[in-house]
Design a protein around this ligand. Structure first.
Ligand SMILES: Cc1cc2nc3c(=O)[nH]c(=O)nc-3n(C[C@H](O)[C@H](O)[C@H](O)COP(=O)(O)OP(=O)(O)OC[C@H]3O[C@@H](n4cnc5c(N)ncnc54)[C@H](O)[C@@H]3O)c2cc1C
Length: 250
């Protein structure tokens, strides 16, 4: 899109595309980078608003951090596997309902699956000795305090930095928050757990954005048939070019 156009507020769906078409006499086109669920959802919406959309995906498959492996003969989600917010306000609800996908509710008292509480699993040191759960809890509290301190750092600056940088600054300024020995090791585990949530190293997690998500109501449900059907539905009939890594945006 190389021409700047201003639009009146509150245009109905498809009106922007129609306006651009009228002014340029061509169907407006958009390139979406990445076929993760965000890229696919953007591409789907733009396509429904009459834009010509091409999705460029660097991998040889769609879905990004949503990927269901069927090689065991049953669906195993390698990335996202829960629908957080089992409610009508969830934008995925209509798709899940239309496809008749089963959700196994894991929130509430009826859950038989493991939860992220420290009673359901133990931490062990490199020699196989169980780390006292109390130490794990204490370090968890310390990690929480460190993260709270990083909020001050991000309020001080308009520029973003990584969570790792934020933590380094906090530890520099607050030597009392530094941990030693086994407590330090456990702290590394908490950091690794955070990295696992985001599937990137802490030096790539945005300090400004990492905790800006909003949880929908309705609790959590495991996608019994895997997430893949949802991804396939959003991606249906979109022009997606796999193995196309974008290296430059001019
Ligand atoms: C192990 C794990 C478990 C999770 N569990 C859950 C869960 O249970 N429930 C939940 O809601 N969320 C969960 N999440 C988070 C969820 O998977 C992600 O928030 C979501 O999939 C991110 O989607 P996205 O489209 O924003 O990014 P991604 O899925 O990362 O998509 C980005 C896409 O862009 C492509 N790309 C990147 N750079 C380029 C480039 N230069 N050119 C072309 N293509 C490019 C990538 O290959 C990728 O396909 C989990 C994540 C992980 C890793």
């Amino acid at each position: 899109m190389d021409k700047k156009i201003s639009f009146p507020a509150d245009l109905p769906e498809g009106a922007i595309s129609a306006l651009m078409q009228k002014q340029n006499n061509v169907q407006p086109s958009v390139i979406v980078i990445g076929s993760g669920i965000s890229g696919l959802a953007a591409a789907r919406n733009l396509s429904e608003a009459s834009f010509k959309v091409i999705v460029l995906e660097s991998r040889d498959r769609i879905g990004g951090r949503i990927h269901t492996d069927y090689s065991f003969g049953c669906p195993v989600d390698m990335g996202a596997s829960w629908l957080h917010g089992v409610s009508d306000e969830n934008p995925l609800a209509p798709i899940i309902r239309r496809l008749g996908l089963t959700l196994y509710r894991t929130s509430g008292d009826d859950s038989i699956l493991y939860d992220h509480d420290l009673e359901s699993y133990g931490l062990f040191d490199a020699h196989g000795n169980k780390i006292p759960p109390q130490l794990v809890t204490e370090v968890g509290d310390a990690f929480k305090r460190i993260l709270e301190e990083t909020e001050k750092i991000r309020d001080e600056t308009t520029n973003d930095m990584s969570v790792l940088q934020g933590i380094s600054i906090v530890l520099e300024r607050n030597p009392e928050l530094r941990l030693q020995g086994m407590a330090y090791e456990v702290l590394q585990w908490y950091l690794c757990r955070m990295e696992a949530w985001f599937a990137v190293d802490a030096n790539l997690i945005s300090l400004k954005c990492w905790d800006q998500d909003e949880c929908l109501s309705g609790g959590h449900g495991l996608m019994v048939q895997g997430y893949e059907p949802v991804i396939r539905t959003i991606a249906k009939d979109l022009d997606i070019r796999l193995s196309h890594r974008v290296t430059q945006v001019c």
